[in-house]
Design a protein around this ligand. Structure first.
Ligand SMILES: CC(C)(COP(=O)(O)OP(=O)(O)OC[C@H]1O[C@@H](n2cnc3c(N)ncnc32)[C@H](O)[C@@H]1OP(=O)(O)O)[C@@H](O)C(=O)NCCC(=O)NCCS
Length: 170
């Protein structure tokens, strides 16, 4: 899979992305806004495992955001099952050096189109920690709507916080 965007590409993770992945992912400001299963510190062995895991999934649902060939972020889906099987959760992060250039807003729009076109879904959603207005803005720019506030649904770094749920439906 490869989606060409303005100044970046969404593509499969590749062996060879490890060093760049560690460089950009090993950042507390990123870890603070994602699930605890995202490692911190982010070590070379974490990158090796992730690239192998992402490419072993069928369908492949986790992709790199690449600028000038280098993997500087990640974007992916969690396909839900059972009665939620027409839904997927979208998640993403970007290396801090590239923040504020509109990259993730465009990436979310592009992966949303790809997901609706390829996986027979009727709903995509994201849960954003209450202290992350940049991610809320990303979702709004990509056409997602705020559906509600999941009060005290998250514990991150010992703090119990709300998450805001954003969704787009087709
Ligand atoms: C959140 C994140 C993905 C944004 O990526 P990005 O490529 O910098 O986002 P974009 O440049 O496309 O858009 C960011 C928008 O948020 C706005 N923004 C940034 N900081 C903000 C803040 N503190 N308050 C309000 N808006 C803010 C920007 O102005 C921009 O909106 P605009 O285009 O209307 O000006 C990136 O900062 C990141 O990886 N953060 C850590 C991981 C994370 O939060 N992942 C998402 C978990 S739900």
């Amino acid at each position: 899979m490869e989606i060409e965007c303005d100044n970046f590409t969404i593509r499969n993770w590749r062996v060879g992305d490890e060093m760049s992945l560690v460089h950009h992912a090993n950042n507390r400001k990123i870890w603070r806004n994602v699930r605890d299963r995202f490692p911190h510190p982010y070590k070379p062995e974490d990158a090796v495992w992730w690239i192998s895991y992402a490419n072993s999934e069928r369908p492949v649902v986790n992709f790199a955001i690449a600028v000038e060939g280098a993997a500087v972020g990640g974007i992916g889906l969690i396909l839900r099952d059972d009665v939620y099987r027409l839904s997927a959760e979208i998640g993403y992060w970007l290396g801090e050096e590239y923040w504020g250039r509109g990259i993730v807003s465009q990436a979310v729009s592009a992966l949303t189109e790809y997901a609706f076109a390829n996986f027979g879904l009727c709903r995509l959603y994201a849960e954003v920690f209450e202290w992350n207005p940049a991610s809320m803005r990303v979702l709004e720019k990509a056409g997602y709507q705020l559906e509600g506030r999941l009060r005290k649904s998250v514990i991150k770094e010992g703090q119990i916080i709300d998450a805001c749920i954003y969704a787009i439906v087709r």
